[in-house]
Design a protein around this ligand. Structure first.
Ligand SMILES: [Zn+2]
Ligand SMILES: [Zn+2]
Length: 68
């Protein structure tokens, strides 16, 4: 699969990730990787621990989220 952003610019780059929002393939230059905290609902008698999850998005979805 090629990077969707690069194809739009007339280039061809191998995609290294898939945007979790739109499903487009993105190369290392275009992928936006962030670490988000996944909080499980607190339950009585259970220790709350935070798990870190990774979230990969393309530039278009990232811009859309930031403008929202
Ligand atoms: Zn690209
Ligand atoms: Zn996207």
């Amino acid at each position: 699969m090629n990077c969707y952003e690069c194809v739009q610019q007339g280039r061809a780059s191998e995609a290294v990730a898939v945007c979790r929002l739109c499903g487009a393939g993105v190369c290392a230059d275009h992928v936006h990787s962030e670490t988000i905290q996944v909080r499980e609902p607190a339950q009585p008698g259970k220790v709350i621990h935070d798990q870190r999850a990774r979230r990969l998005t393309c530039p278009v979805c990232r811009a859309a989220e930031e403008s929202a």
